[in-house]
Design a protein around this ligand. Structure first.
Ligand SMILES: Nc1ncnc2c1ncn2[C@@H]1O[C@H](COP(=O)(O)OP(=O)(O)OP(=O)(O)O)[C@@H](O)[C@H]1O
Ligand SMILES: [Mg+2]
Length: 310
């Protein structure tokens, strides 16, 4: 659906992006993560045919950006990171203006616009002036606008930036809705946790180079190298800790007020013997669970040093 080979953009001697390889299938939601200046917008603008690469290939549904840009623009909905809305237009007029540009005519135009307003939950602002919308509402209006021509591919450049936590959740839900409609999506963000539960693939880009490009599961595996268990027993914690210390898979144990925090050695995934041993040693388990990875800190670890000049 979206394919790039050695996609590269230079400004003078400076590589804005370098050798970007993408291979996205229909229905993929690709989280494009990287700090400021990493090259996210550059990549997306090239795929949207709004910017020419210095060299390299990019295809959308088999169409090359060089030979079939018109076809690509029909297939793609591109939402830039910043876009203006016109001061003196109502929300519905704004959408109708763009629908007209897409040559959606007559009664169908009004109908499509109303459907899109409904999809992004903005019906209640239908007759408000576009410049009176909040940032979150403006972002949703922008999304409605790129959906008008029913594109199969969506390129969304930081749709959640500048939104409050609640609006971020709404934006995420909206992305899930679009994913469930079968759209192929590239969505960029500075932070991984924001996208982890929406995307199936993740690319991490820094200073123009994609350092990670893998499924969400693989990226998660990479960030969570060691499994941490919380194990609680009824009674003698210390004795339980001794039992656990005897296991090959345990790396360290830290006592907490109501449980033991047990870190397993790297690469250990099957720890099903541990509860059995504890029970056989006469302990009653009150708690046995794997610690959730803290995505925020895991991501910081993964991108350590990124964005800094070297
Ligand atoms: N027209 C241009 N001329 C020179 N350099 C440019 C131009 N456009 C972009 N760049 C540079 O290319 C690099 C990548 O920029 P890009 O906008 O793609 O980053 P980004 O990942 O979208 O960053 P942000 O998170 O801040 O939006 C930056 O270092 C930027 O300064
Ligand atoms: Mg950008």
């Amino acid at each position: 659906m979206i394919e790039t080979h050695d996609l590269t953009k230079k400004y003078g001697d400076f590589f804005a992006i370098k050798g970007i390889e993408l291979d996205l299938k229909q229905g993929d939601v690709f989280g494009f993560i990287g700090p400021n200046g990493a090259g996210k917008t550059t990549t997306m603008r090239i795929i949207a045919t709004l910017l020419n690469p210095t060299w390299g290939e990019a295809y959308v549904c088999g169409h090359s950006i060089y030979t079939n840009p018109k076809e690509i623009r029909r297939l793609v909905g591109y939402m830039p990171d910043f876009f203006g809305v016109y001061d003196d237009m109502k929300v519905i007029e704004y959408l109708e203006f763009f629908a007209a540009a897409y040559r959606i005519r007559g009664a169908q135009r009004r109908q499509v616009c109303d459907e899109m307003l409904n999809l992004v939950d903005l019906d209640f602002k239908r007759d408000a002036f576009a410049n009176t919308l909040s940032r979150g509402q403006t972002q949703r209006l922008g999304l409605a606008r790129v959906l008008l021509h029913d594109p199969q591919v969506l390129l969304l450049d930081e749709p959640a930036s500048g939104l409050d936590p609640r609006a971020r959740i709404e934006m995420r839900n909206l992305l899930k809705r679009l994913r469930d409609m079968g759209k192929t999506i590239i969505v960029s963000s500075h932070i991984l946790p924001e996208l982890a539960d929406v995307c199936n693939k993740i690319g991490i880009i820094d200073r123009g180079v994609m350092s990670v490009n893998a499924s969400v599961e693989e990226v998660m595996k990479q960030v969570r190298q060691k499994t941490v268990l919380h194990i609680g027993v009824d009674g003698d914690q210390e004795a339980a800790a001794q039992v656990l210390e005897g296991s090959e898979m345990v790396e360290s144990i830290e006592p907490r007020p109501t449980y033991l925090m047990v870190t397993l050695k790297e690469g250990t995934s099957d720890y099903s013997d541990l509860p059995t041993w504890l029970i056989q040693a006469g302990h009653k388990l009150t708690l046995f669970r794997e610690e959730e990875i803290n995505l925020e800190s895991a991501f910081m670890a993964l991108t350590k040093g990124m964005g800094k000049k070297t």
